[in-house]
Design a protein around this ligand. Structure first.
Ligand code: TEU
Length: 560
């Protein structure tokens, strides 16, 4: 039965930040034909699917998460025809394509928001958003105390049609990203239409942006940090109804298509995450708890187990025909500092990090890149052994560090401005990829390109270019290739459950788990570790082996 082997239950998805992957036309901006031309890289890596960051028409005030038209692809990325070419070519390699759907908010230039502004305070068109009168004298104060994730208040005041100060609208992110009112039926039906539109064009699924935020508490009460959960701006119970409806839409396309919906859910607990993958909801939900852990044996192990325990609780309600979804594990994305730099941070510079997840995701300071790379390699093998779906972010297969020293005038992330320049934001993980060490722009753009890459590449990217790494068996790229193909080979032998092994050789810094015949072991510290013979043959290792002695930090896979 097809439903026994849903591809998304144990897939590896590669996240493409399209703007920074490969530029085919020389305008300094990555595009879909550039991606299509480089599909060989992804087929060689043996990924099962791609998730593309938003490439819809957008003013680009938040990297495309400010959408003007959900039903077309921006010409700067090649337009809808380029997406069709990509899908066909990717499917030819057996690679599926997921788009990013952004349902919490649109661009302030979206026709609906423009209409709401133009028609004034009593217009029905305002009901699609969250307009409210202000508090205080003449409504000068925002309607409540909510803060934007990017810093500052979550409300902006508009002018009435006569030019006088008018109502306020809610934006949990930038003021250029007004939040939709998800209690409005037209908002609901329009997104069902968006899903069908792309499913009908061969898209295999969606990553759902800030999936937990869509519904707000009725009456929009003040946020009380000591108050009861959920907070009024997040994770309201009614949000789950939306995904039941979306799941039903995906199901209509049948077992052959086996479409996938994966939610970006920044929610407080593992149980909150697991609730999104109940059998009739999303197929997968990101488990970010692991992404925010420090490089520490106990932290990795307990975070992982919290996720698995929560998922098991949900899965205990499985029936013969209805099964819960899976966790989506990840250590990198376009919002976080790259793992190499997070794990290689040796001293902090004490600078502020704004935003909800900023502090854990984007600490700044001095980085030991070699140490960070060794730890990130070890983390990869830890991750790839876990049950569920795995999400990789472009450039991690090259061991790229976060670019922490971009010139300030190059920064594009709205966090930079909204924090008054105290937080650098997320541009450092979005720098265009190096493909060919000896070419201008390291092969990101054609040699004859008229424009420089939209973010400047540091000179050391040349040493990390894909072409250099492809022929170096000790490179990050070679490890990623070997690890993904090992995962593919062994997956059928893996038991669904993870069993943690007791501390071996008194080493508190070593974590090991088994899934049937296969053992995954990670050394968090710097001391070598003797791989017990009882664990079987060494399948692969992220660090140097001397016989059965594995250098730390490092991970190995073994099989009986
Ligand atoms: O991000 C959601 C989000 O809240 C965080 O990842 C956020 O970027 C970070 O906490 C700020 O400190 C999603 C997208 O992944 C992100 O790129 C968008 O900017 C955001 O939604 C708004 O659409």
């Amino acid at each position: 039965v097809a439903s026994d082997r849903n591809w998304w239950r144990d897939c590896v998805i590669y996240q493409v930040y399209v703007k920074s992957f490969a530029d085919s036309d020389g305008d300094g901006i990555g595009d879909l034909d550039g991606l299509t031309a480089r599909l060989g890289h992804l087929a060689d890596l043996a990924v099962d699917g791609l998730w593309l960051n938003p490439c819809y028409p957008s003013p680009g005030s938040d990297g495309g998460y400010d959408v003007v038209d959900y039903l077309t692809i921006d010409p700067v990325y090649g337009g809808t025809a380029a997406l069709e070419r990509l899908i066909e070519a990717a499917h030819g390699h057996g690679i599926r394509v997921l788009l990013d759907v952004v349902p919490n908010h649109c661009s302030s230039r979206h026709p609906w928001f423009q209409q709401a502004l133009a028609e004034g305070r009593d217009a029905a068109s305002r009901q699609r958003f969250l307009f409210r009168d202000g508090r205080g004298t003449d409504g000068q104060e925002p309607p409540n105390n909510w803060r934007s994730v990017f810093g500052g208040p979550a409300w902006t005041r508009v002018k009435d049609t006569d030019g006088a100060p008018g109502q306020w609208y809610l934006h949990l992110f930038d003021p250029s990203q007004p939040d939709f009112n998800w209690r409005h039926p037209e908002v609901r039906s329009s997104f069902v239409q968006v899903l069908r539109h792309w499913f009908d064009r061969g898209v295999d699924g969606f990553r759902i942006d800030v999936a937990s935020l869509l519904v707000k508490a009725p009456d929009l009460p003040d946020y009380d940090p000591g108050g009861t959960r959920p907070a009024p701006d997040s994770n309201q119970p009614e949000v789950h109804e939306i995904y039941r409806q979306w799941r039903a839409v995906a199901n209509e396309y049948g077992a052959d298509r086996d479409l996938v919906l994966v939610g970006e859910v920044w929610v407080p607990t593992a149980d909150d995450v697991a609730a999104y993958v109940r059998a009739d909801e999303l197929h997968a939900a990101f488990y970010f708890d692991l992404l925010v852990q420090p490089w520490d044996a106990r932290a990795f192990r307990s975070s992982t187990q919290r996720g698995l325990t929560a998922l098991n609780a949900i899965s205990s309600q499985d029936t013969a025909t209805q099964r819960a979804g899976v966790l989506a594990w990840t250590l990198n994305n376009h919002d976080a500092h790259r793992a190499v730099s997070r794990y290689g941070l040796i001293s902090e510079d004490g600078s502020g990090t704004a935003g909800v997840m900023g502090p854990q995701l984007r600490r700044r300071g001095q980085v030991d890149v070699r140490l960070g790379q060794a730890r990130a390699r070890a983390a990869l093998l830890f991750l790839l052994g876990l049950p569920g779906s795995i999400y990789l972010y472009q450039g991690e297969e090259l061991g790229l560090p976060e670019v922490l020293d971009l010139p300030d005038d190059a920064r594009r992330d709205p966090i930079w401005n909204r924090s008054g320049g105290t937080e650098h934001g997320r541009d450092g993980s979005r720098v265009p990829l190096p493909w060919q060490s000896k070419h201008p722009t390291f092969g990101f753009s054609p040699d004859t390109a008229g424009e420089a890459p939209w973010l400047p590449q540091p000179a050391y990217f040349g040493d990390l270019a894909a072409d250099v790494q492809a022929t170096d068996s000790s490179s990050a790229l070679s490890l990623y290739r070997a690890a993904l193909s090992a995962r593919r080979r062994l997956i059928a032998d893996l038991t669904p459950q993870v069993r943690w092994l007791p501390a071996v050789q008194g080493r508190e810094d070593v974590v090991a788990y088994t899934r049937g015949k296969v053992t995954v072991v990670t050394i968090f510290g710097g001391t070598p570790f003797d791989l017990p013979a009882a664990w079987g043959e060494i399948v692969l290792a992220s660090a140097t082996l001397d016989g059965r002695s594995l250098a730390g930090p490092g991970s190995a896979w073994l099989s009986l």
